[in-house]
Design a protein. Structure first.
Lengths: 310, 441
């Protein structure tokens, strides 16, 4: 019999643990605890594939647990399962916990099973990869960072941080950004969430589907939990930073993003962690289809083809 | 002002100080002097020297030989010099005050209206008093109107503060429901799966029974069914399945009761569907407020309830809930990181007490004096209305109670709500006094 992947559940409500335990026990070896410290012990002891954590817990908050988990077991795929729309917790879970999915309670049992199956699949693949590292592809020293924001200070800040070693390109419109993206590979996209009254969410999500290796940093003053949850699940946003911009934080974030980008491009199996969920919102799907079409047209003109993920 | 002193001044003929008394008396019989009780005596510049009244003339003439004795003497010898004088620009109220304190009884003179000491006209005391009364009643109407406006805007403030805190809390409770809803939904899904598995097992078992009962049935059929059952039992253990289902059922029942409790808590909290006053226990109000505020209380805040055995009191529960919720959420907000929130109730012969104590950042002494002032807040713009405590204070006042506060920066704050066992105001008055009745419908 095939060895079942290991899933660790952390929630202060034992009924959630029981319920999820029964849902998952056929496919997985399930560990469960209501104590964050015990969860960290389990992570040290066992090779856990998927960690599913609640946010509001008395002993240790979920975002804190996820942050420690990332240090202790970086290959464990992390999922936040919460019933509260706590924007700060969601920000922490992205920026420090680098979560794979943000799932809200009450969850749909089928959807949750699918998400966990996907997460477990990624973790198992990565396990194999770390035993036999993939052939290192050449990562260019000089990378390109695209800044999409009307605010020049954002561009200047990124330019100050990266300008010496890398190329920083500034665009103020979606068209401009898409043209730029169709002509060359971009490692990091630093973007606002809106240009004037234009919402960029659909574009950001579509770009992630088209360019899974490109990592996204969002810089915005919007702090809406459900929007952020969508951006995690459907765009794998790597960092979500609040405006007004803090340069130290931006610099640190860009540095981690570069490291992550290099890791992904040199170990293609990591690209699996960038898999996004498709949106079920029809207006977003339409917007996305338009963007894809526009990009295809641009590519036709320039003849640039993006690198296929392994 | 239209009803100023000038409008009361009638143009009454005047006398010179040298006019003979007989002439003056004769003049008083003329039509133009008919409306006057008295007439002014002016010097050449028009300055008022005094007044001579009909009453004085009668008095003199009624004396024996009065007319013969005094008729030829100048009016200046008889006039009243400390007559009633009112400057034309004096407000009516002030003039009325002056007249009522200086006028003589029986009322025998009018008052002279002057402009910088010069004669303008003569005013009747009665018409001044009438003007005064009119003005006062208008003032009273304005006051009533202002009072009404004030009261309704205050009721609106109370209501909007209540709605704001309630809105926040409803969101919190909605999230609170997500946890039980999460596992209840999951459990129902699981039970459906389990019942499908049990049905499969049952079907195979039935097939076995069939083959055993069937006279044509062979041992091979029986063996085949038996092995199928064995195979399935490896995957589906009915004993385990039933015990799991028991757990799922009891967890689901618990979850549903929790959801029910949360919904009931919200309903109890707002009490929109109930009478405005009721006999309730402060303990229930506290439990309600804590239930509603659970989302606002960070999970690192330890809540300690020391609820005593206290009698019920007649109060407007939704208002008392509002006060307690306000105190509890303020306390929770004041705690940075981890801390404690101690809520205590007790009673003596006359009062019930509820204290809300936190280990939060405390209130600076200079702020402590102002915390019950309307619009006083130390929170950033948009985060606090500055009305919570001021409204709480009012609500408790209207219930005949009081709120005390003690605080130390860095150590925490303690609020004590004291409510009388017997409210001075009867039930409904409590609610109407604060204007809730009108605003909540």
């Amino acid at each position: 019999m095939q060895i079942k992947p290991k899933v660790l559940l952390v929630d202060d409500e034992e009924r959630i643990l029981r319920s999820l335990g029964l849902l998952l026990r056929m496919q997985y070896q399930v560990f469960a605890t209501s104590d964050g410290y015990e969860a960290l012990e389990i992570l040290k002891r066992e090779k856990i594939h998927v960690l599913i954590s609640d946010q509001r817990m008395p002993v240790m908050m979920g975002s804190e647990l996820l942050r420690h988990a990332r240090e202790i077991a970086p290959d464990t795929v992390r999922i936040l399962l919460t019933g509260y729309a706590d924007a700060d917790a969601a920000l922490e879970a992205v920026n420090e916990g680098e979560i794979f999915r943000y799932i809200t309670k009450p969850w749909g049992p089928k959807e949750l099973r699918d998400t966990i199956a996907q997460a477990a699949d990624i973790a198992v693949k990565m396990e194999g990869a770390s035993v036999a590292p993939a052939s290192v592809s050449v990562v260019p020293d000089k990378l390109t960072c695209l800044v999409l924001d009307r605010d020049e200070s954002t561009f200047k800040a990124v330019q100050d941080i990266l300008g010496m070693q890398h190329e920083v390109v500034w665009r103020q419109t979606i068209q401009g950004a898409l043209q730029m993206l169709s002509s060359r590979a971009v490692a990091i996209l630093v973007t606002e969430l809106s240009l004037g009254d234009e919402d960029l969410s659909a574009m950001i999500k579509t770009l992630k589907q088209e360019h899974p290796e490109m990592l996204t940093i969002i810089l915005t003053c919007f702090k809406d939990t459900s929007r952020l949850a969508d951006l995690i699940n459907q765009a794998q946003v790597f960092r979500y930073l609040p405006k007004p911009l803090r340069k130290g934080l931006l610099s640190k974030s860009i540095e981690s993003t570069l490291t992550r980008y290099r890791a992904i491009t040199s170990t293609p199996v990591l690209l699996n962690t960038q898999i996004v969920e498709k949106t079920s919102d029809t207006s977003q799907q339409e917007a996305s289809a338009k963007i894809v079409e526009y990009m295809a047209k641009l590519r036709g003109k320039t003849g640039f083809t993006r690198s296929q993920p392994a | 002002m239209q009803t100023g002193i000038r409008s009361l001044a009638r143009d009454i003929p005047f006398f010179s100080p040298h006019d003979k008394l007989a002439v003056v008396a004769e003049r008083f019989l003329d039509a133009d002097l008919q409306p006057a009780l008295s007439a002014p005596v002016l010097d050449a510049d028009g300055k008022v020297l005094g007044t001579i009244s009909r009453y004085q003339l009668n008095d003199i003439y009624l004396k024996k030989f009065g007319r013969d004795l005094y008729g030829a003497r100048p009016v200046a010898d008889f006039m009243t010099t400390d007559c009633l004088r009112v400057e034309v620009d004096v407000p009516v109220a002030e003039a009325a005050q002056y007249i009522t304190t200086h006028m003589r009884f029986p009322l025998s003179e009018d008052f002279i209206v002057c402009e910088s000491g010069r004669y303008v006209g003569v005013g009747a005391v009665l018409s001044l008093l009438a003007a005064m009364e009119q003005q006062m009643s208008r003032g009273a109407a304005e006051l009533t109107q202002a009072y009404r406006t004030l009261k309704s805007s205050q009721a609106q403030l109370v209501q909007s503060e209540k709605m704001a805190s309630l809105g926040q809390m409803v969101a919190g409770v909605a999230h609170e429901i997500n946890t039980p809803l999460g596992y209840v939904r999951n459990n129902v899904e699981l039970m459906q799966e389990f019942s499908t598995q049990l049905r499969e097992l049952l079907t195979i078992n039935n097939a076995l029974v069939q083959s055993l009962l069937d006279p044509e049935g062979t041992d091979i059929d029986v063996a085949r069914h038996l092995s199928a059952i064995e195979d399935l039992r490896l995957l589906v253990d009915p004993e385990l399945l039933f015990s799991d289902m028991q757990t799922l059922f009891s967890d689901t029942a618990f979850g549903l009761s929790q959801i029910g409790e949360l919904v009931l808590g919200l309903k109890d909290f707002s009490r929109l569907d109930q009478a405005h006053t009721d006999n309730v226990s402060l303990n229930d109000c506290i439990n309600n407020a804590l239930l509603i505020a659970r989302n606002a209380i960070k999970s690192k805040v330890e809540v300690i309830r020391l609820l005593g055995d206290i009698p019920k009191i007649a109060c407007a529960p939704s208002q008392i809930n509002q006060v307690l919720l306000n105190l509890v959420s303020n306390a929770a907000q004041s705690i940075e990181g981890s801390g404690k929130l101690v809520i205590k109730t007790w009673a003596d012969e006359q009062h019930v007490y509820a204290s809300v104590q936190d280990t939060g950042r405390g209130i600076a002494p200079e702020h402590l004096k102002k915390i019950f002032d309307p619009f006083f807040t130390t929170k950033p713009v948009g985060e606090g209305t500055g009305l919570g405590l001021s409204i709480s204070w009012q609500i408790i006042q209207q219930h005949g109670g009081r709120i005390r506060v003690a605080s130390e920066v860095g150590r925490g704050t303690r609020f004590v709500v004291v409510l009388p066992l017997k409210t001075a105001a009867t039930g409904t008055n409590v609610a109407t006094a604060i204007g809730i009745t009108a605003a909540s419908h």
